[in-house]
Design a protein around this ligand. Sequence first.
Ligand code: C2E
Ligand code: CA
Ligand code: CA
Length: 716
Amino acid sequence: MNNRFRTRAVTSAPSLRSAWITTVAVFVVLIAAVGAIALLGLRHQQHEFTATTGELQDTTEAMVVLERAMVEVFEPMLDYLYRYGGDDGIAVAWERYVERSQDVAQGFDVAGSALGDGPGRAELEEAREHWSAVDAAVRSSFDDVSDAELRAVLESGAEDPFLETVWEPHDEVDRELAAVRQATVAGLGDLVEEADRTGTFVGTFVLWSLVVAIGVALVAARRMSRRVLRPLAEVGRAAGSLDGTEQREPVEVPRAVAEVRELARIVNETSVTMRNHHSLLRTQARTDSMTALPNRSGFAEALHGMLDGADRGRVAVLFIDLDDFKEVNDTLGHAAGDEVLRVVALRLRAVTSGCEVAARLGGDEFAVAFDVGSDPTEATAVAERVRLAIAGSVDIHGHQAVVGCSIGIAVSAVDATSANSDELLGNADFAMYMAKSQGKNRYELFSPQLHTEVHARMELGRDLTEALQRDQFVLHYQPVVNLPSGELLGFEALIRWQHPSRGLVAPDGFIGLAEDSGAIVPIGAWVLDRACAELAGMHAEAPHLTMGVNVSPRELVVPGFVQGVVETLARHGVAPGHLMIEITEETAMTNTRAGADAIAALRSLGVHIALDDFGTGYSSLRYLGDLPVNEIKIDRSFVNSRDPHSTSTMESIVHLAQRLGLFVVAEGIEDAEDLDRLARFGHIAGQGYHFARPMPADEARALAERSSLRPVATES
Ligand code: C2E
Ligand code: CA
Ligand code: CA
């Protein structure tokens, strides 16, 4: 993975260090070159000036000397000739001339060397030639003329023979020398012009060098930005957004300097490493370490995916909970429990194919999710397959742990999305709970109605815990009469719940809940107390009346139950023989030792025991003699029935009971026809809407007062 970045970084990229050094070096060289060239130019110019002015000085000095020599060359000679013209005058003048003409020759030599080959040289040579002519003419004059002749000429006032040949060439020489001066000055102008050109050149050169330097600086800045700053910013951005969560393109800086490319490579490598770590962590966070199945979050993620998936069929979720797993832990130890979970995971994995997601949600809870397409009933088939796969024993060091599970099934709505996933899992959980409550080792399919009912029940269950303190219970009393006379024998106390929002709730709606939660124990105690209090009141007018009180099996087994009954009877001064404890056939048959003991104890105290709803439970006719009861209450399904078979069953029951000396009460006599069918049984008691519905306490009391006078039946 690293090679990709490394190979790129290796291709020769200039380093920032070398780029920087190059840039600085270019600058230094450039500036040094500019400085050197400018310096050389100035030096050259200065030199030129110095040379020019030196030359000018030499030339001027030499020319001055020459010109003075020229002016003075004849003066002493003539002076002598014209003023002292003696006998040896010519010889003396000659001497003086020779002296001075040597100065002239020397002046020419000096001027010649001062001028060199420069301008004015030609003019000087011409002047020298003319001078030679003058000199030759003067010399020949000395040769040709004697002192005497000269004196004669001078005395006659004639033209000077001596010099007349000289003046003209002498003038010529003067002109030539002037030309020399002129040429020298002209040459000087050229030199100045040249020096000027050098100055201009140096200035231009410096200016251009500056332009080039600025250009180089701009290019360097551009390169710096392209190779360093921009790539660095890009790498910086990439580094700043490193979080390892998402797949990102590696940052590429092909034009950057080596250091920045190295930095980019490190950032890219770090990104890859972080991503790998992150995905490892993600996987770990979504996997259950014990079973290697997805855990709760892994399952949730998979479920989201299925619900939002493209083909959007319906998704079924199985919520699986092992039955009695706690027992395995408690009896075989936690290591054994872990082993069971691992085996269950293997079995689950084996039975769920690729398209299904199996997970361990935690503890002994597992879940499976799968697409059910358009046929939701497929879900139950899968649930059964899973249930059978998981069920079986697990060998733990020779001990066999029996494994089974309860499964709740929930199927998503057609338009469900991942937003519904929690709800779906919750529904499956709920259905699992229902499967548990219906006997375990089974599956249950979630339905909204069931959910609503159970929820209502649960709500009611919560309210129930407070109903007693809030005094929300009341007792209604239903008369029990002698047949066929209708004479009042007593009442059965029937509880009602005055629910603050639901109104009067019948016992079928909450007794089961109270039994489940245990609330039935204090409620039952309250019923017994209220019923006895009421009966005691009635006894003032009609002391023969009895009171039936329904008791749940759960109450019977509570220690101290019998003691409680005794105390209640004593508290209200009711004789035990007037209390009728009604237990169901089922209770009597299956009750525990404690229950049986309680019944026996009550009976020995003189309390009457009635077998309620007789005929609905066990076909227990043959056990009837063994049951510890004084009375049977025949279920209203027989009493109401127009079916001859039911009637004959009822007939057998009544005859058998009568033969065993048990008192018989027919429940649910709703009309005269029901009453007629019972006529042939002779002395039995009855209870039903035909005589009276369960009624509030005050009405029951009023009825009790009148009962001493006449039977209820004659009233309606
Ligand atoms: P149960 O002991 O069999 O009580 C008789 C039920 O039949 C009463 O219903 C009564 O109203 C009803 N009934 C009476 N005559 C007729 C009739 O002619 N036709 C019809 N269709 N029904 C008739 P209720 O009051 O709703 O009580 C239902 C059950 O609740 C009782 O059945 C009893 O098992 C239980 N129960 C009532 N009060 C208590 C109590 O205080 N403790 C316990 N543990 N259970 C109670
Ligand atoms: Ca009853
Ligand atoms: Ca009954």
